[in-house]
Design a protein around this ligand. Sequence first.
Ligand code: SF4
Length: 733
Amino acid sequence: MRKLLARIGDMVGTDHGGKRYTYGNDPKFGPVSTSRLPSHWVRTTCGYCSVGCGMLLGVRDGRAVAAKGDPDHPVNRGRLCPKGLSEHHTLAAPGRLTDPLVRRNGRLVATGWDDALGEMVTRFGRLIEEHGPESVAVISTGQLVTEEFYALGKLVRLGMRLAHFDGNTTLCMSSAVSGYKQAFGSDGPPGSYADLDQADCIVLIGANVADNHPLLTPRLLENRAATSIVIDPRVTKTAMVADQHLAIRPRTDITLLNGIIKLVIDWDMIDHGFVAEHTEGYAELADHVQQFDLDRVERECGIPASAVAKAARTIAEAKRCTVAWTMGVNHSVQGTETVALVCALSAITGNLGRPGSSPFSITGQCNAMGTREAGFTASMPGYRSYENAHDRAELAQLWNVTEDRLPLVRGRAYPDIINGIIDGRIRGLWVIATNPVVSFPNRDLLEFALAKLDTLVVQDGFSTPTSDLADIVLAAGIWGEKEGTFTNSERRVSRVRAACRPPGNARTDFDIFMDVARRWGVHDDLFAGWATPADAFEEWRRVSHGRLCDYSGITYERIDASGGVQWPCPTDEPVPLGGTPRLYTDGVVPTPSGRVRLACVTPKPFSEQPNRRYPFTLNTGRTVEHWHTRTKTGEVPILDSLSPQAWIEVHPDDANQLGIRVGDTVRVSSERGAIDGIGVRITSIVRRGEVFVPFHFDEMCANRLTLNEFDPVSREPNYKQCAVRIDTGAKGR
Ligand code: SF4
């Protein structure tokens, strides 16, 4: 029976119109259409989220016609979520760009690569000549393969000598990076997905994995020995399957974490040995948390004291506790500090470097991790510091360039690039595979900034609201059309393979970068002998050797043999075939003292509290059917029909007071902008006084409402809390 079901799973799919069809010629399965029968399957990795599921992409006549989970991949063992199962539909979607475009007389018109890249190089070159290398910036993405991102960093910072290079990853996980650096002295998630299987307590803070990282949810459900605790203001799908749900008031996670730490200390349930040998700052922390007694925690967090104590007791008594988080923690002006506090809780309970025990940041995009490691945004490649003399000398020697060729400081982070455009210092912008018009907070201000640019170049596989504003559009290949690697949240490097060619005259990002390098006159200098992404990978392996994120022992062949390899994987030490499951197994971390720095964190109320004019607190987030700004998932009919438009969740008591009913449409507005005609869902998923809107939708863009406030260290936006009002009588769409 299992075999039969597996076979049906392999053979039955859904076409663009939602009709069922079959692959193959077995009469048991009804009418046969051979047009979608794959002639072969290509082994690759999903191009959406950072779970990093292994996938088989079915190909026929040069087109991707099917997708199924790779039964041999260590992450997902044959499963895929709805996005992964339908990902092949994105490749031949109607919104794909097939030619480069250049704006002529106000309109974007198709042109050739010589024209588009020639104009880009001329315009950027002129800006740099007239206004210096500070005047052109690049915003990249976690959608590139590591090989492309590594090449792009060299091109932009060493070749074009541009001062400012960052990525959309700053919008989702830069606080995890900064928080890890504060606590452990380096970025790098210490744990593995296996920790979710091995833990006897799993805490998820601001992490609705059921919607955002769907293939982690089975691990929660299947580890029946573990007690799961979800800390989230909403009764999310993840909260619904948890053993304990702490429905916290917005941005009171710091108070709650301090309160839990106080209880663990008061009960004398810390790991004394680990604290003594592997931490610093314990006395200060123990003193600091005294102010967070249960009465205060109950009052500020809105959670009964008994529920807080129960959760704290579960964490304290656990032999193996994994605390994982995502955007509910990161999307805050105190994101870095909150991450550091999570790491402190893990450290004082001895939950670091052991199976089932880690503070674990679940990353966002499919290759956000690869971009963290391959560098030239927050750090230089291999987590090297811009300021560290040894790191600079080592890199210069590896690349056979003089040290003065390397940048002395990191460039502006993403929000500061936007600020630089507004104040007139940045006049040219190259945006690669991201869609800031929909994804950046405070959309009106962002659109104002983009309109000020002298030259906006957008490189993407799809026509987007951002490419619509560009002067030059570079038509790029996407996942499924290119070769390389992605690194997932647990540091696992997996292969990404081309199943088909980019459409029309579109080119892979790698080919575009190499062509720009040639036209800029730096190809032979920086990329001599490079023909394919594999050449970039070979160099990256050498450059990462000896670093925490050591890829030197990872080869494409080793990945093929294991399904995916977790770094560090040095060449000069014995490492299991699948790599290193966890960091810091000896308790020693890369701070100067080798000890975990325990953070004392004081909560600050978020700046825009609900008030008479704007009485509700807005929370934003995602839904399982869509990815980011729907550039890809909006083109997949089955996903689009499941979730075609945004909605607002309103508590029944608030709906009653406002006089709105299910199916009504309303206007939601903040100090910055408004969404008209959004449909209402009346639900106790949200607390009274709080509302929720998914952020994926261009037409009803949640970022018309959000604040432009950022974490001072990581520069990650505070997408989660701002004050809004709801007005009835708005027309629906
Ligand atoms: Fe892709 Fe993430 Fe879904 Fe896995 S869970 S199939 S990686 S979107």
